[in-house]
Write a protein that binds this ligand. Sequence first.
Ligand code: CUA
Length: 358
Amino acid sequence: MAEEPQTEEPQAERRSRRNLVQMLAIGLIASIIGIAIALTIDWFPPLASKQAKQVSDLFDVLLVASVPIFVLVEVVVLYCVIKFRQRPGQELMDGPPIHGDTRVEVVWTAFPALLLIGLCTYTYFVLRSIEKPKPQTMTVNVQGQQFTWTFSYPQLAKGKKFNAVQLYLPKDQPVQFKVRTDDVIHDFWVPDFSIKIDAVPGITTSYRVTPNKLGTYPIVCAELCGIGHSTMRGTVHVVTRQKFRAWLRSQTAPPKPPPGAKGPAAAAAVGKQVFTGDAGCGGCHTLADAGSSGKTGPDLDQALKGKDLAFIRQSIVDPNAQIAKGFGKGIMPQDFGQTLSKQQLDALVTYLRDTTNK
Ligand code: CUA
């Protein structure tokens, strides 16, 4: 009888070692499959900036580090549930008494601590590299307001102030966005650049990107900011330096009718340019002639029918003076009187009167 415990002890030990080896093997296979799946999934939109690549690489490292941990926890849980489940006849039995194990406790404290410190350090260096000032950075002021983005280039306009509703950036040019808001909190986000930041009333926030892929990408407001939040979108054009300079010239030049147009036709063409371009009216308003179908503001073909120049001008520069039925105050930006030149405003007002009173 005294011999029995000695023969049973090694047997139990062998069994538990076999359990552990089985568990490790399952965990290893599951980790490899998990990492392979995680790395095949396309988590990001096309990477269109240097920083997007850095963010994407960081994300991959985090995935590779977290998949085995997830797998480890799940394998241990599932393995124990299956292997050590209660079998018929064991209802009244108690499990073996377990005492603390210092070695295991040290390992499960030290390992996560080291892993966290390692990942935090890596993340810190990536962030520092993304935020590092680069030589010859171009500043772009980004102004958020319900429900549009406007952009200006303080270093480039050379005294000729202009605001753009479409963002143009030269490829491979380091850019620093200075983000401000006129009213509530917005969030300036170009998903393809992989960075976003809140626009907070009263302060200027900023981030840097270097776009490195030609193309057209959406700008999104990523902070619920009111009724028109989902329409607060824009477009960024990443273009060659040459194209950028040409665009800049077209922005700072006074509005010009298309070649060949004369008299009222020329004026109407300029007004339409302002409507669809600089002022970005079509994003919120429906106007048949301009082919726009925005729904945030009144349908102008209806709302401006029979109205005179004075009413239309007031509706643009002081939109809260008279509110169309069914729409709220403060939805339309109130600074068109400042952001549009007198020429642009005159052309826009005349164009709107003529096209809605045909
Ligand atoms: Cu601005 Cu949402």
